[in-house]
Design a protein around this ligand. Sequence first.
Ligand code: GDP
Length: 475
Amino acid sequence: VALPPPKMALSREKVIEEARKAAEWKTGDGKKGLSLVIIGHVDAGKSTLMGRLTYELGQMEEKKRRENERESNKAGKGSFMWAWEMDALGEERDRGVTIDINQSTLNLPNTSLTILDAPGHRDFVPNMISGASQADAALLVVDATTGEFEAGFAGGGQSREHVLLVRSLGVGTIVVAVNKLDMVNYSQARYEEICSTLKPFLVQSGFSPSKTTFVPVAGMAGVNLVEKDTEGSDGLRKWWKGQTLIDALDSLQPPGRPIEAPLRFPISNVFKGGGTSTMASGIGVSGRLASGVVQVGEKLRILPGDETAIVRTIEFEDNSVPWAAAGSNVTLYLSNVDPVNLNIGSVLCPPSDVVPLASSFIAQVIVFDIQVPITSGTSVELFHHSRDTPASVSKLLATLDRNTGNVIKANPRVLTKNTSAKIQLTLRGGTLSAPSSKATSIPIETFASNKEMGRILLRRGGETIAAGIVLELCP
Ligand code: GDP
């Protein structure tokens, strides 16, 4: 039975006012909301750490824990017990690696923390990009074991690439968990060696030291996660007087949110029906509000295309809510819409203020540590929120001074590693594996008009080659 679409309860101004109030919540009845992407080399212990953290916080039931233990023992992977909780997908359990973005919530004393668990496997960087583009802060997990930390940061190590990626995608705050300290007898010297290697690298990558925190932990044993005095932490307690991991995460400050800007909701997932709230039915789309506000009953335009939809319910952390604002990860249940028009990468916006579409634009990029230089005509994969599109570097306009942005050389022939440059990108139709010659347009904005909609990443042959911001859309 088709129910009549719900009515909008509040004016847009009222929703903005409420959202502003909610964003100012510090303690007391409301908690600050923050999303965290987990990054680091495969096997650094990310899943184990997050599973154990959930348990220590009393948010994993004992029954569930025993079930996880049984299941993981049965699969002959007892040491993966804690990770079992996080790696909820069947396929990734079988392979023992995290392959998709898992989303869950940790309730800390002052923060409702949305966890975006990113994959460490090399092939899965695109999933991580999707997670990072929805995050406010990153938790970098590094393995302190002799040789392992070094491997994660050597050429081909994912820690280095992940750090550059999250910073390029706008994440400005990072917590580093120096993990598996049990493997090095809780050595203070080893912890400090790792910190002193990482600090300059993080600064170079664009993280300000005031937004960088280091915490020594042993995830599997649960040392220094929630409580300072945990069994087995004798070695750590001798010298570590600082924060636990939870204290560090709970004291993170949410970045300013573009609440007043027009709504931009890039879709990161589409699924059919079956939400937890009674009204939820129809098509669910999940993602993070890049900017603006949305409320139940609102009519939204879907870009690209001419289609509109009505917001039937909004789900936030398993609750049905009347509205949501920039920075929140939500699921919208939509009615009066044909599902074929809802795709990953499409953007929902107010019909009166739609996101522009472009098939070509000028960007300022920083080139990563690449072997093969970029030339005019280079084929790339363009990543923008959860969308990836085949594209080509159609023009090399100038190389720029990394600090001042001044032009060093106009019309360079090639771009080599670690240069900053102004380039023109042109999208191609089709898919990554079968690009067509026909041009395509995607919803995208300049960084000046909407920061969240104006960041891009370029990859080639499974490797991230550059990241940057959109300067100008070409007609
Ligand atoms: P991920 O790939 O980063 O998610 O890593 P996992 O959580 O799957 O852990 C990889 C391996 O490291 C598993 O065999 C874990 O049992 C092991 N491991 C995880 N945390 C610790 C730790 O704190 N100490 C030790 N010694 N091993 C750990």
